[in-house]
Every structure is written in structure tokens, then in C-alpha cells.
Design a protein. Sequence first.
Length: 136
Amino acid sequence: MDFVVLLARVLFAAIFVASGIGHLTATAAMTGYAQYKGVPAAKLSVLASGVLMIVGAVSVVLGVWGDPGSLLLAVAIAPIPVLMHKFWNEEGEAKMNEQVQFNKTLSLVGGAIALFALFALVPDLGLTITGPLFSV
């Protein structure tokens, strides 16, 4: 079962590693898009979210204090649905596409929070480097 949990952590974290690298290597393009979407402090937001995604994802995959790593992911992505996918401002196909993205991103926030609980509640999760940082 340890391997199944590790596989789930790797699959969950993969998108954040890729996205975080994208935030840090294509900062100008991502900043432009964030500005277009009306994100405040767009460049800082892009850089900060990129770092949070990478650090959180590596923490989750390696199991090095995976509980705060999961929270870093939640913090990095929680603002995205509201700031980037404002489906309520769109019409037609654009509204549908933004609503799908809103819902997908919101579900990733839920997954990160659930992973936090798993790390925090199961101290001997298996195939981790450290135990949880938080005790609940």
C-alpha cells in the first residue's frame, strides 16, 4: 500500500512541478497573462506561486514534511480560481471553458487539503523521509 500512496503523491505533484517550472522559466509570458486577467502584483504573484508549487510538490513527493508541503500547494493555487477563471464575467463558450478551469483548479485545492490531512493524520504513511510537522 505504501507504493500506491507514493504513486498518488507523484501523480498529484507532477502538475505543480511542471507549472512551477513554467512560472519560473516563462515569467514574462505568464506575467503578461496574469496582468491581462487583472491579477494584482502579477510578476510577484507568478514568481511566488512558482516557488510555492515547486517546494510544495517536492515536499509531497519526497515526504519531507509533506503536511506543510501540501499546505504550500493549497496556498499557491487557492487564489487561482477566483483571480484567473472568472467564468461569471464571460459568455458562451468562454464562460464554459473558464467554469471548467475554475472547477478543476478548485478540486486541486481540495486535493491538497486532503493530502495535508493524510500526512498529518497518518504519521507512518510509509515511503516518506520525515514524519508530519503538524500533530493533530
